[in-house]
Write a protein of this length. Structure first.
Length: 240
């Protein structure tokens, strides 16, 4: 019986990235496979899972087509985790494995009671608190959102919980993974991270570099819209 599944989300045409991912994963003794990414540029609108006007009201901006495709791709990975009923590492297709990667994964797999969802990389530094100390690394809870979803490990139970709350798409995938108030899964992290994404340029998310935080009256209006949604919706998108 398999004890681990590794999925690498990649666009069919991204042959160079697939070659790099193959070279990285040849360094470790784990089985893995590619998972076809949803190309957001080829989606036909309107998309059932995405309510553009409601997203704009409650998020403050709309998601890009490739952000929607990214989310749909990861949903497929979560479903595979459930179907195979084994812990699953989900990769996007541009990453570098650090020397302690294998040890980190083996340690986590040997201690499944300690986690449900574990971040293996980050775009930003974040303050954290230790949850469990192992020999070569710590399992921590980040106090902020370090961003990025290029590599993470999840259990089948976690996959089922987050998939249940991901029927509708209303925020970027990496924010959703950290959205504890919504899906009740505490996303932990390993420190130091065993995956490096410092030079990553993903092909399945196209978040604008000039997307600025919502401020002023727009932020106040967004807060009002979220409060209305909390009161009148059976499943509010942004519960407190």
């Amino acid at each position: 019986m398999k004890s681990l599944q590794i999925l690498v989300i990649t666009l069919k045409q991204s042959l160079d990235r697939q070659a790099k991912a193959s070279a990285e994963l040849s360094k470790v003794p784990f089985d893995w496979r590619f998972l076809d990414a949803v190309d957001g540029r080829k989606l036909h609108y309107p998309i059932q899972e995405y309510q553009a006007q409601k997203v704009k009201k409650l998020l403050g901006f709309e998601l890009t087509p490739n952000e929607i495709g990214c989310f749909l791709s990861h949903r497929s990975a979560w479903q595979s985790c459930i179907d195979q009923n084994v812990p699953t590492i989900v990769f996007e297709d541009d990453f570098v494995l650090l020397p302690h990667f294998e040890q980190v994964i083996n340690t986590l797999l040997s201690n499944p009671q300690d986690w449900e969802l574990v971040r293996l990389q980050a775009l930003l530094q974040s303050k954290d608190e230790s949850v469990r100390a192992y020999d070569q690394f710590n399992l921590v809870a980040n106090q902020g959102d370090p961003l990025g979803a290029t590599a993470y490990l999840l259990s089948p139970s976690a996959a089922a919980k987050i998939l249940k709350h991901a029927i509708q798409i209303y925020e970027p995938l990496d924010h959703f993974l950290e959205h504890y108030q919504k899906h009740s899964i505490r996303m932990l992290a390993t420190k130091p991270y065993p995956v490096d994404i410092s030079k990553v340029e993903t092909t399945i998310a196209d978040r604008p570099n000039d997307r600025k935080p919502t401020k002023g009256w727009k932020k106040n209006l967004r807060s009002l819209n979220r409060q209305i949604d909390r009161v009148f919706s059976k499943e509010p998108w942004f519960p407190k």
